[in-house]
Each structure stands twice: as C-alpha cells, then as structure tokens.
Design a protein around this ligand. Structure first.
Ligand code: PBG
Length: 330
C-alpha cells in the first residue's frame, strides 16, 4: 500500500497538521434571555445552565464571559403578558426594558458586540412573529413597518447587529431601508434566512413564554423537507442587503449550511437552537454522553458544514474548556 491515510493520524502533532477545521471563541455568539426587574437569575427548566437574567445579575455574568473571549451576545426578552398586544407596540416603546438593557451593556462594556432579535413574538399577544388578523392569518405587509420601528429602536439603543427572525417576505430590504433612513447605515443585519418550522424551538418558547396562542408557524417558517427553497430565501436576502445568512436550527440542517456556504460569498451563521442544547444536556445529565467530548464535537460539525458564526448556548462552556486547555489537537 502506497497510501496509508492512517499515517496522518498517528500522533497529536501529525493530526494537528491534518486538521481541516478550527473552532475558536471568535466564531461564537452567546444567546442570553433577559428579564425586567432586579435580582433575577432564574434557570430555564428545559435548558439547565441557562437563565433568565435581570440586568444587575447579568452585568457580572457578561463581564466574566468577555474575559473568556466571548465578544458577541444575542439578547432575547421575556416580556410580561400584560405588556403584550396585537401590534407588539412595547417592542419600540420608550420604556422597553430590553432597549434599556442594551444601552446599559454598551455603556458598561463599550467593546461589546450586541445582537438583537427582530420579530413580534416576544411582544405579541398572539405569540406570532407577524401581525395576526381576525381570521387568524399572519399578515406580511402590515408586519413590515412594525419590524422596521423595532429595528430602528434597537439600533438607537446601541445594537451592532440586528437578527430578523420573523421570516416575513421583504423584511430585510424594508429594515435596511429604515435603518439607512434613520442614519444607522453601519448597523449590520444577520438574516435568519433559512429558518425552519422546527420542533427544536420548544425550550426557547418556554424560556420566553412566547409560544403561539393559536396555530403554528408553518405559513412563514420553512418546511423541513425543503432545501432548494433556502436558495430562494438566500438570494432575496443578499439582494436586499443582508450581511450574514443564517440557517436555523443547525444540527438537523447541516446540509443547508453547506449549501448556502457553497453558493454565497457572505459569511454564513448557524443557530444551534434550544432543543439541540436540551437534547445534549439531557443525555449528558443521564450519563449517556460525555459533555466535554460530545459538545465540542457537536459545535465542530456545524463549523465543518460551513458556519463562520455559531449562535450557541454552549458558548460559555466551550470558552471555559478552551481556557482550561481541554480543547486542543485530537
Ligand atoms: C422568535 C425566535 C425563536 C428563536 C429565536 N427567535 C423561536 C421561534 O421562532 O418560535 C428560537 C431559538 C432557539 O430555539 O434557541 N422569533
């Protein structure tokens, strides 16, 4: 045998030369759930190790994560039911605690990079990402100006990257236009380009109490059976001015990550969602999988598929393992 692939696996040094993919803390975005009030650090039941934070408790946590090298955070608000309405008006209200938290984080940590979520669901009394009419339909074009107002308010509060996760048609262009008009042409858009109508968002909706009150999200989120449709969404997002294309969830959609990576030149992001986190955590808590081995392998698979950026609830755990020298060459 002239060719023996095992020679390139014979020791750590050689395996290091042959390693094709690297995953550093600079590739990660850490999602955090925020809550109004004081002294709150409440664990999300289905996502052990993840919390709903009030700002006072969040500041030291973010400080610790910044020291670990995590530079970017995506924040999701858990909004009290009484503040929700049909038009998600609290999303851009002056007194919105989420906007105050953004300001506070920027003021405390000027070097931080903040990403926000743009969609109506956390603020909507219907629990949908778009406006729901009397017939129960999600109305695309009524939703767009609401998303634009929310976007400008978030940009004003200091967001560096907006993450429209609503899957309405035309929203990227509409938001880009509104941002530019308001003087925020430097604010980036990471579009949730191929966001599937997935069962893997369950724990997230528990964390935010944001599940739809009626119906499901199948008229706007994508059918899990489709991949070519992701190319349609991607070409629209690129044409409309997106800076990043995201695939969500990540693990059951690695083929879609690879497809977008092959077809587009802007950076590709993937969201390793709440259900993926819950699944791994549960298996590890039962002693069925080894967390320190399985978690980095999971993230590496997403990176290998083509993700330049990974949004993951494991960002802090991964950064701690890097710091402790537990992630190195195979
Ligand atoms: C809502 C939104 C969702 C997630 C991010 N933004 C849930 C949904 O669409 O119902 C899911 C994230 C996760 O599951 O970790 N616009």
């Amino acid at each position: 045998m002239l060719s023996r692939p095992r020679r390139n696996r014979k020791n750590k040094a050689v395996r290091g030369f042959a390693q094709e993919t690297h995953l550093g803390v600079e590739n990660l975005i850490y999602p955090l759930f925020v809550y109004d009030g004081k002294g709150i650090k409440e664990e999300v039941k289905s996502m052990p190790g993840n919390f709903r934070w009030s700002i006072d408790m969040l500041l030291p946590e973010v400080e610790e994560c910044l020291k670990l090298g995590i530079g970017t955070y995506v924040l999701f608000p858990a909004v009290e039911e009484k503040l929700k309405d049909k038009t998600a008006s609290y999303s851009y209200a002056e007194e919105n605690f989420y906007l105050h938290i953004l300001r506070k984080l920027k003021e405390t940590f000027p070097e931080i990079c903040l990403m926000t979520d743009v969609a109506m669901d956390p603020y909507s009394s219907d629990g949908h990402d778009g406006y729901v009419n009397e017939k129960g339909e999600i109305v695309n074009d009524i939703t767009l100006p609401i998303l634009a107002k929310m976007s400008v308010a978030q940009a004003q509060a200091g967001a560096d990257i907006l993450g429209p996760s609503d899957m309405m048609d035309g929203r990227i262009g509409y938001i880009r236009h509104a941002l530019d008009e308001a003087g925020y042409s430097d604010v980036s858009i990471m579009s949730y380009t191929a966001k599937y109508a997935s069962a893997f968002y369950g724990p997230f909706r528990d964390a935010l109490d944001s599940a739809p009150k009626a119906g499901d999200k199948k008229t706007y989120q994508m059918n899990p059976a489709n991949s070519r449709e992701a190319l349609i969404e991607a070409s629209l997002d690129v044409a409309e001015g997106a800076d990043f294309l995201m695939v969500k969830p990540a693990l059951p959609y690695l083929d879609i990550i690879a497809l977008l990576k092959q077809n587009y030149d802007i950076p590709i992001a993937a969201y390793n969602v709440s259900g993926e986190c819950a699944m791994l955590t549960a298996a590890c808590q039962n002693g069925w999988l080894n967390f320190e081995k399985a978690m980095p392998e999971m993230l590496m698979s997403i990176r290998r598929a083509g993700a330049d950026v990974i949004l993951t609830y494991f960002a802090k755990a991964y950064a701690e393992m890097l710091r402790d020298g537990k992630i190195g060459k195979w």
